[in-house]
Design a protein around this ligand. Structure first.
Ligand code: BGC
Length: 900
């Protein structure tokens, strides 16, 4: 009897808790419990969890406290906003920790309990908060090999420690230890920004790494992006000639007093065992020169030199704005190969970015040389020609005796294969572990379908992103390039926002775009700009200034990126306006539709060359359009009017210059039609026939695409928009060159730079431009998520506040599904064909609404959970549209069955 009462009680409790809503996943500035914010009004986000469908937030209340008391009590505010809500309490103090919680009320009259507490800590907000001084090596460096430098300092802490935070950055890349232990799990810190204007410092909670009495801090600093080789022609020392360190440990004692341990003239410096290290060329490490215990107490640093102090202002210091580079997946070799030319090669089975951790046992002075490659050649030999001047070599010199473990520090490699030279003893694959390194973006998207090759394509797109989101969005990770190419980044940005959380990543990088923008408004080709003071302004590359902020606004509802970037967006558009004559922008250097289809023996003119100025005018119009959209969001009515008038003139000029009266474009290429249609360059009455021409063009190439970097991202979108989803699917499923699946069929595990990086006969494209890990063409991912499965957001409720689900069932697929972790929670959708039915499962997160396009001709053909949709109270049938029934729903899970 007792038992029954208890379980009944339990059930009642469970029922009650299900009926309740709760709040979870608290984020501050899009981070979980960040510890060095640099903004005065951080933004809060949280998620509602509700079992009941159709749950919306109607009000919230936030409390922010410190150990001294309340910092902000919002009181109960009637509002549905649960994402990126600005802190509005008393001014936040440097180096101070804050705790916050939130509770909400919903449209069913329910209140949630208070959430669990989240926290955030402010960074050093004022330059005066820095008590440390920049230090440099106190000896003359070897100017040829430029070994990494060790800096060390022993200090005593007199009292019991309550908390301690290390603030640190470098001229170069650093790794730091306290009492012999590595601090944090960030790599390649302080990351890459336009250092002269914006240098990030990192903060680490080191409370548990310090103790009463003597402590040692030790940092290793290597060349990195600061003074290493970048771009071409021995281009080095871009930001400075000398490595430097700036570090400050802010200690709070239990008695409330404070102390700062800082880089100053008491520090010592010496050469490290890292004899040379370059991003492109790799690392040489001589274990014989390792200084055992150098970052702990009890080490005798008598032979070390002092340091030089630098008088530098701290004006360029900023807190870290994105997720650090961290280690992620590890891979064991799947094969040990002896190539036809006798090389010893390990195959890790995946083209990845990071390095290999190597174990070896040998004699002092044994020198292991490890080379990295993405691919084997036709004969099966190790192929590195496409790395151009990048040596991509790890050299380890053994100290001898016991087994030794090596891994590099201030470099990274893009590879699937390694070649071993002089490895002592037999090669045991267990002694080699490849580990990936990339910005620690949250994985947010999944996609899968009934087609294994398309699933591999999705895999390749995601791996292209992993490998090339290494603090900045790089074009490729392996050759002597690895730069923040703007065109590649804009082309891929929307796809990127599905696969991983890239809000912070692009927020930070776009500030560098603005920082490096030239006085005339041009955006340099690569950001950070390492190509000199006078480059940039190419159509489709420089448009990164408008395209990425707008894409981030759509993907995350991030209004702040629009506010922050607005001057930069305007300046870029002004540049194009300034350079135009009669509203036609037809001068200057442009990359054009980079790497478009170019057959080798083009006798009958099948290459798909698109007039560069036609492209430029389309992107000009698009940037103006995005500025109009942005000025609307930011309530800038004057600007909106100005740019609306400008857009009309830009389009008129386009029509006059590039379109015949009957609607033919001067370039008859896919890219020309795609851009003209995607950016609405043609009047309504000319669009249908232009789309027909595009469809005809695709067919004339035997259903192959011919687009390059600029046309590719929009090709399938335009086909779908104008009713040619069948052709879009045929392009997606095309297996021979040029196509997305051709590289997949050739065994690719990432996206290739060129449609034919490796030819069907296994020979290669020209080594001067042939990366096998270049994400740009992965931009098809956006179509797969948004059109194939149908995961999308409306612009009036960006960031998936107002969701659109519009799948395109077709292409012979029997299923396709995708999910996305939005700021509101999980949004997923999937369809399956079964006999004469289509099944569709959709999940809509709480505090959002959705319009679901169900592929059916009438509502009577649709059931949800076995009942006719028209009879379900929380589903509103709002009409039909071109083969779809439109349903208006709130949050919850939906299972539809559509009878064909
Ligand atoms: C890069 C590209 C880049 C291009 C400019 C290349 O070297 O790898 O991806 O966008 O230059 O056209």
């Amino acid at each position: 009897m007792k038992k029954i009462t208890f379980s009944a009680l339990l059930q009642l409790c469970l029922l009650m808790s299900f009926a309740q809503i709760k709040v979870q996943g608290l984020l501050t500035e899009n981070f979980t419990n960040p510890i060095a914010l640099g903004v005065q009004a951080p933004r809060f986000s949280w998620q509602l969890v509700a079992e009941k469908r159709n749950t919306m937030q109607t009000a919230y209340e936030i409390n922010v406290t410190t150990d001294k008391g309340s910092a902000w009590k919002s009181g109960k505010i009637s509002s549905g906003q649960s994402v990126q809500l600005n802190y509005a309490g008393s001014p936040l103090q440097s180096d101070q920790k804050y705790t916050w919680k939130v509770r909400v009320w919903d449209n069913n009259g329910k209140a949630s309990p208070w959430s669990e507490a989240a926290s955030f800590k402010m960074g050093l907000l004022n330059t005066a908060d820095w008590k440390a001084k920049w230090i440099e090596a106190g000896y003359v460096e070897d100017s040829i090999n430029r070994p990494a430098i060790l800096f060390r300092n022993q200090f005593a802490l007199a009292k019991k420690i309550k908390s301690a935070t290390l603030y640190i950055t470098a001229h170069g890349m650093y790794e730091v230890q306290l009492n012999g232990k590595r601090v944090g799990d960030a790599y390649l810190a302080p990351g890459w920004t336009s250092y002269n204007k914006r240098l990030q410092y990192q903060a680490y909670d080191v409370t548990n790494m310090l103790s009463n009495g003597n402590n040692v801090i030790g940092a290793t600093v290597g060349n990195g992006w600061y003074r290493g080789f970048l771009a071409w022609d021995d281009n080095k020392n871009i930001y400075g000639k000398k490595l430097g360190l700036l570090a400050q440990v802010n200690v709070v004692y239990t008695d409330g007093t404070r102390e700062a341990i800082v880089t100053d003239d008491k520090w010592k410096s010496t050469n490290s065992a890292i004899k040379s290290v370059e991003i492109y060329h790799g690392e040489t490490f001589d274990a014989r020169e390792e200084k055992n215990g150098w970052a702990a107490t009890g080490y005798n640093d008598g032979g070390w030199k002092g340091v030089n102090l630098l008088t530098t202002t701290f004006d360029n210091l900023i807190s870290t704005e994105n997720e650090p580079v961290r280690k992620h997946e590890t891979f064991k070799a799947i094969k040990v190969i002896t190539t036809p030319s006798g090389e010893k090669v390990l195959d890790f089975g995946q083209n990845l970015v990071g390095w290999v951790i190597v174990k070896a046992k040998g004699n002092a002075g044994d020198k292991i040389v490890i080379k990295h490659a993405e691919i084997l050649d036709k004969a099966g030999n190790f192929y590195t020609e496409n790395l151009r001047a990048a040596k991509a070599t790890a050299t380890y010199i053994l100290k001898g005796g016991a087994e030794e473990t090596f891994e590099p520090h201030f470099t990274f490699y893009g590879f699937r294969y390694i070649k071993l030279e002089n490895y002592p003893g037999t090669i045991n694959p267990d002694n080699f572990t490849a580990v990936t390194l990339y910005s620690d973006m949250k994985p947010t998207g999944t996609f899968s379908s009934s087609n294994a090759l398309v699933n591999q394509l999705q895999h390749n797109i995601q791996w292209g992103q992993r490998g090339n989101f290494l603090d900045v969005p790089t074009d490729c990770p392996q050759r002597d390039e690895r730069l923040g190419w703007t065109g590649d980044a804009q082309a891929f940005s929307r796809t990127a926002s599905f696969n991983f959380g890239v809000n912070n990543f692009f927020d930070k990088w776009m500030k560098d775009v603005a920082a490096d923008q030239l006085a005339d408004g041009r955006i340099p080709h690569v950001i950070p700009n390492v190509l000199g003071p006078d480059n940039g302004g190419s159509a489709g590359w420089a448009d990164v200034a408008t395209i990425i902020p707008w894409n981030m606004y759509l993907a995350y509802g991030d209004k702040k990126i629009l506010e922050t970037q607005y001057p930069s967006m305007k300046a870029w558009v002004k540049f194009m306006t300034d350079k135009s004559k009669n509203d036609l922008w037809n001068i200057g250097f442009h990359f054009g539709d980079w790497l478009f289809y170019r057959p080798f023996d083009d006798n009958d003119g099948r290459s798909a060359v698109t007039d560069k100025y036609l492209i430029a005018q389309c992107f000009y119009a698009n940037s103006v359009q995005l500025l109009i959209n942005t000025s609307k969001v930011l309530n800038k009515a004057d600007d909106e009017a100005t740019y609306t008038a400008l857009l009309k003139r830009v389009k008129d000029a386009f029509l006059k210059e590039y379109v015949t009266p009957s609607g033919r474009l001067v370039s008859g290429t896919q890219t020309a039609y795609v851009l003209a249609l995607n950016f609405d360059m043609l009047p309504e009455n000319l669009r249908k026939q232009a789309a027909e021409r595009l469809a005809e063009n695709v067919k004339s190439y035997d259903t192959h695409l011919t687009t390059g970097f600029l046309g590719t991202p929009y090709l399938c979108h335009v086909l779908t928009r104008f009713g040619y989803s069948d052709i879009a699917y045929s392009l997606l499923l095309q297996q021979d060159y040029p196509s997305w699946l051709y590289p997949v069929k050739m065994g690719a595990t990432t996206i290739w730079e060129r449609w034919d990086g490796q030819k069907p006969d296994s020979t290669f494209q020209t080594p001067g431009m042939n990366s096998f890990n270049h994400y740009a063409y992965g931009a098809i991912g956006d179509w797969m998520y948004r059109q194939m499965v149908g995961l999308d957001t409306y612009e009036d409720g960006p960031g998936y506040k107002h969701i659109r689900v519009k799948p395109h069932v077709g292409g012979g697929f029997t299923n396709a599904s995708a999910s996305l972790q939005t700021y509101y929670g999980t949004f997923s959708s999937g369809w399956k064909t079964e006999d004469n039915k289509i099944l569709m499962d959709v999940e809509i997160p709480a505090n959002t609404t959705a319009t679901i396009y169900v592929p059916a001709t009438a509502a009577t053909a649709v059931t949800e959970n076995g009942k006719a949709v028209s009879t379900i109270a929380d589903i509103k049938v709002s009409g039909t549209e071109e083969g779809y029934v439109l349903l208006q729903v709130g949050s919850g899970k939906y299972h539809f069955v559509i009878t064909k």
